[in-house]
Design a protein around this ligand. Structure first.
Ligand SMILES: Nc1ncnc2c1ncn2[C@@H]1O[C@H](COP(=O)(O)OP(=O)(O)O)[C@@H](O)[C@H]1O
Ligand SMILES: [Mg+2]
Length: 569
């Protein structure tokens, strides 16, 4: 088979084939003209030539011909795999291709690269056409080809690095989750330099872009793009442009056995219904109709704000705690206070855990007290809150593994409790009794803060580097922020007999623990930062001289030190 020969000429790590015969050139032409045959001939999966599903074949052919393709496929339909296949074929069959992968996070861009790697591991032809193993670094992952092409995954950063890369082929996975401002920096300019002016009609010289997503909310930029592509691909529309392609498929289009029915059934059971409709049925949904529309909650996201694994020593933090009842999650949300006079309070941390004992919960709280300079804890008095309060009210011992020393830690005291009045410790805990009036107030406050753009949520991981220390931890926090957003936009308000409202999930089995921790934390923030005489209230319960109030920097030097214990300091 001649077409194999041309590729085998270039051994792994060797030099490109120089003397290409007419016959070989003809073979390459055949493959260039038919990506389906190319995928079958050049790529292997499980020791067999790669077989694509029907919709993958249709789409690949479109992606090959059209410059701009939009894949809206449900989860598990093979988007990430398809992008990898597409890039490999482009890089392999045309020389000097600069193929760039970006996604909502570097981690997701790496997933496409992992698929590339997997084909490389399994396909001898591909192995013979690259200069070496793919490498996965903290700022880029790359596979270089003998013919000068490369496939590279990049972190988003602020978009300028991607732009500087001057890709000839750009793929964007998880498009709906990529922050809009990054897309403006990356995609817009890419669309403007559509064709190489010197390239003429040769496909090799054109720029190509493929974006992939599952359906999402209609207020998202991904839906706007979808609307645009609908018109651009409709021959009867005035905007029709034959260089665009729209490909929409759901799990229902997948062949028997491709997607496990059990997995679909399980997803249907365990996922929030709207999530299932979007991710599996491929339906674009209207905004949520609860008390906090999804669009409103999501508008609080700031792409420049990252979660914090530990506090900034120059800043102060407020912790909201929703203790776990039997089936619920124990949830903590931490808000970074804005500078005095500023209004942009930032949620920087969210944590939830199931099946915790009261001792576990207390230990976890103390853990975060060590890493953030917490000036206020706001905790639900119900659901075991009072037990945690009692456990926090005794000084604790902490063994520091790093310094191998045991340190004593302050008691955390309820600032409103008469019984705690003469105890020594940090008087920073406020227990909140969830009565209709305060619940209504807390929810109204959150809505007002969101509408006034006075509370921010993190949008992405700080370094966005693969394998950076703290990266996994940040990713975990960000996932909890996603859950926090989903829970909050799921809340419905119903009037009750008291004249106030109840705020709850539509059904009993849905969770709202992170949301509860959020409104509690915000309640603390607003108490601290509103002009009402908070200090007077404090003074009533406890005398405190200025010298006893530690600055955040002092706190960091000695997080749980004895400043509060020792009145003579
Ligand atoms: N043509 C194919 N042949 C075999 N396996 C495939 C094919 N396309 C996708 N897969 C597999 O199906 C699974 C889901 O694909 P993935 O690309 O992760 O889907 P998505 O990104 O749409 O959620 C992966 O395990 C992938 O390897
Ligand atoms: Mg995917």
């Amino acid at each position: 088979m001649a077409k194999r020969k041309v590729l085998n000429n270039a051994k792994k790590g060797g030099v490109p084939a120089v003397n290409v015969t007419d016959e070989q050139m003809e073979a390459v032409e055949i493959l260039r003209n038919d990506p389906i045959v190319a995928a079958h001939e050049l790529l292997e999966r499980k020791m067999r030539p790669l077989t694509l599903t029907l919709y993958q074949r249709w789409s690949l052919r479109q992606m090959w011909e059209k410059q701009f393709s939009y894949l809206v496929w449900s989860r598990g339909c093979g988007k990430t795999t398809m992008l990898a296949i597409y890039l490999i074929l482009r890089a392999l069959l045309f020389s000097g291709q600069r193929c760039v992968i970006v996604s909502a996070s570097y981690r997701q861009a790496i997933l496409v690269m992992r698929e590339v790697e997997r084909f490389w591991q399994e396909s001898p032809h591909l192995q013979a056409s690259v200069t070496g193993d793919p490498t996965f670094g903290t700022t880029e992952a790359i596979l270089n080809f003998n013919n000068g092409s490369y496939i590279k995954a990049l972190p988003l950063g602020d978009g300028t690095k991607i732009r500087g890369e001057r890709a000839s082929t750009l793929v964007v996975d998880e498009y709906a989750q990529v922050p809009r401002d990054i897309l403006d920096t990356v995609v817009r300019p890419f669309l403007n330099v559509t064709a190489d002016p010197m390239g003429g009609r040769d496909t090799q010289a054109k720029n190509f872009m493929v974006i992939a997503t599952t359906a999402y909310y209609k207020f998202s930029h991904a839906y706007q793009t979808y609307q645009d592509y609908k018109r651009l691909t409709d021959p009867h529309d005035t905007l029709y442009d034959p260089s665009y392609c729209l490909s929409e498929f759901s799990y229902r289009d997948a062949p028997e056995g491709f997607m496990d029915r059990k997995i679909i059934a399980e997803a249907k059971r365990s996922m929030e219904h709207s999530q299932f409709l979007m991710e599996y049925e491929n339906i674009w949904l209207d905004d949520t109709e609860g008390y906090f529309p999804r669009s409103l909650v999501e508008s609080a996201r700031r792409p420049w704000l990252s979660p914090r694994v530990q506090g900034d020593p120059r800043r102060e933090y407020v912790m909201g705690i929703d203790p776990a009842r039997t089936r619920d999650a124990f949830a903590i949300v931490i808000i970074e206070l804005a500078d005095r006079g500023a209004l942009d309070h930032r949620v920087v941390f969210a944590h939830q855990e199931f099946q915790m004992t009261f001792q576990d919960m207390t230990a976890t709280i103390r853990n975060f007290l060590r890493t953030f300079h917490i000036v206020r804890i706001q905790m639900d008095a119900g659901g075991g809150g009072s037990t945690i309060k009692d456990l926090l009210a005794v000084p604790a011992l902490h063994y520091d593994e790093r310094t191998q020393t045991t340190e004593s830690e302050d008691a955390i005291l309820d600032m409103d409790d008469e019984d705690h009045r003469y105890l020594s410790g940090q008087r920073i805990l406020r227990m909140v009794k969830f009565a209709p009036k305060i619940i209504t107030k807390m929810n109204n406050d959150l809505k007002a803060q969101l509408q006034g753009e006075r509370i921010y949520l993190p949008g992405r991981i700080s370094q966005d580097g693969w394998g950076d220390p703290g990266w996994e931890a940040e990713a975990r926090i960000l996932k909890n922020i996603d859950t926090l957003i989903a829970q909050t936009s799921n809340i419905v308000a119903t009037p009750n007999q008291t004249g106030y409202y109840s705020f709850d999930t539509p059904t009993q089995r849905e969770h709202k623990d992170l949301y509860s921790a959020w409104i509690l934390a915000l309640n603390g923030v607003l108490e601290l930062r509103s002009p009402q005489p908070e200090a007077a209230q404090l003074a009533q319960g406890f005398w405190m001289s200025n010298s006893m109030i530690r600055t955040p920097a002092e706190h960091l030097q000695n997080p749980q030190g004895n400043a509060w214990n020792n009145p003579y300091r």
